[in-house]
Design a binder for this molecule. Structure first.
Ligand code: SF4
Length: 457
């Protein structure tokens, strides 16, 4: 008779890479631990942290503080901290938070079962070693009917943007073998999966350093050729490395969704140079224009930092103008905050907090307008929605995404969960669209009998 498993609760902060790492943690621990959503029944509490901005790090520290009382009530529960803050702080976290049992860095994830065993035997464990080469992955298993998945294709980053802590906490860039990636996607599709998002800090430079030098567009082609794949996405792309071949893929590969996240960070050449981004505003906008030429319906999203050291009002105006010209469908914007070890943390001419706040408000007003405009342009269209849940607003409504990544809510039976549904878009809202299931569905790309259908290109 098999012994009952213990329970692990995993709290994830930050980006999709962290979400994928948390899945990997659950998988690696599966022999001894079953996941739980209830903290009070957890034998092991893991926090996967993010250090990209000071605010994210503060949230982690506040959670750690609140766990002290939990540990006092339930001293047998092990608490572990992993991810970027753990990588950055290492031993210092153990000293600052005596209720922690385990600290593991961004690559320590792969050594987690052994570390947990040591922590369970009473040791306090720290592992923040970074290795060369892509760590061996456990073969993943999906339940039948899984809809979407994240697949990590590379780790680390060699770009050293002046504001970014990633190269310090995730190490040098390393690509995973293409055969392993294709096999993982094929396994997911065999379980009925429909949408795959390939992940890396800068997927556009995928393949550098591999003995069998496969470019990122070639990897996309190999995955696109797998039978049954409805939607293929990827994140994140560095604009400097967006090649003509990759741009062309948006017009060629049927499964590749018409959405690209292309972080610009600033619209000022002076600031882009200080950020060490490796492109000018003109080069960026040229790439945007080419993407729109190849794939006219493509939706673009971006990240923008305001108040980088030395940013003047004129630099900020350049950013506003660039956002207008790029006509982003969606954008994530933040106030600059200094990160340990980064070059920008040593730069003079810090922009005062109130100026940063005022610029952020102006920028977000513009970005919200652009998003609403983009949503309004979609009203009246009939489009494919991959239904991935029940709407947060109403239990009668389902929620899903267009190929172009906008959220759509519509009334429908729960039998449609996990399916591709044709929806007429009827209303534009600031963060989503409303729709109605179409009477006469279009043939969907996932139907092997149907002709492959581009949604918007
Ligand atoms: S490309 Fe720049 S912003 Fe992106 S992870 Fe690398 S260093 Fe950070």
């Amino acid at each position: 008779m098999s012994r009952p498993k213990k329970k692990v609760y995993i709290k994830t902060f930050g980006c999709q890479m962290n979400v994928a790492d948390s899945e990997q943690m659950a998988l690696l621990l599966a022999e001894d631990y079953a996941p739980t959503e209830r903290v009070e029944e957890a034998d092991l509490y893991l926090i996967n942290t993010c250090a990209i901005r000071r605010k994210a790090e503060e949230k982690v520290r506040s959670l750690l503080g609140s766990l002290l009382a939990v540990k006092q009530r339930r001293p047998q529960m092990l608490i572990g901290v992993g991810g970027c803050v753990a990588q950055q702080e290492g031993e210092r976290l153990l000293t600052a938070a005596p209720h922690l049992d385990l600290i593991f860095g961004t690559q320590g994830v792969y050594r987690l079962p052994e570390m947990v065993r040591r922590a369970a035997s009473g040791q306090r464990v720290v592992d923040t070693g970074l290795t060369l080469g892509f760590p061996a992955q456990s073969r993943r298993h999906w339940r039948q009917g899984a809809v979407k998945t994240l697949v990590t294709i590379m780790q680390g980053c060699d770009n050293f943007c002046a504001f970014c802590v990633v190269p310090y906490v995730r190490g040098r860039e390393v690509s995973r073998l293409p055969g392993e990636i294709v096999m993982e996607v094929a396994d997911f599709l065999a379980a009925g999966g429909k949408e795959v998002t390939l992940l890396g800090q800068n997927v556009n430079s995928y393949g550098r350093g591999l003995a069998d030098a496969v470019s990122f567009p070639e990897l996309l082609r190999r995955i696109d050729a797998l039978p049954g794949l409805a939607r293929l996405r990827f994140a994140t792309s560095h604009p400097r490395d967006l090649s003509p071949e990759l741009t062309a893929a948006f017009g060629e590969l049927p499964s590749l969704c018409e959405h690209l996240h292309l972080p610009v960070q600033s619209g000022s050449d002076r600031i882009l140079q200080a950020m060490n981004r490796g492109y000018t505003r003109r080069e960026y906008l040229k790439k945007v224009a080419e993407l729109r030429r190849v794939c006219p319906g493509i939706s673009l999203s971006t990240d923008i930092i305001v108040g980088f050291p030395g940013e003047t009002e004129a630099d900020f105006q350049d950013t506003l103008e660039l956002a207008q010209e790029a006509a982003y469908d969606q954008a994530f914007s933040f106030k600059y905050s200094p990160r340990p070890q980064t070059k920008a943390a040593t730069l003079p001419d810090r922009v005062p907090g109130e100026v940063q706040g005022e610029r952020l408000t102006r920028l977000q007003n513009l970005l919200n307008e652009l998003t609403l405009k983009a949503h309004r342009r979609l009203v009246g269209q009939v489009a494919e929605v991959l239904v991935d849940g029940v709407s947060k607003r109403s239990p009668e409504e389902l929620s899903g995404r267009l190929r172009t990544n906008q959220v759509v809510n519509f009334t429908g039976s729960r039998e449609l969960l996990g399916r591709l549904v044709t929806v007429e878009l009827t209303e534009a809202h600031p963060h989503s669209l409303k729709g109605a299931q179409a009477e006469d569905p279009l043939p969907l790309a996932v139907d092997p009998q149907a002709p492959q259908r581009r949604a918007t290109c």
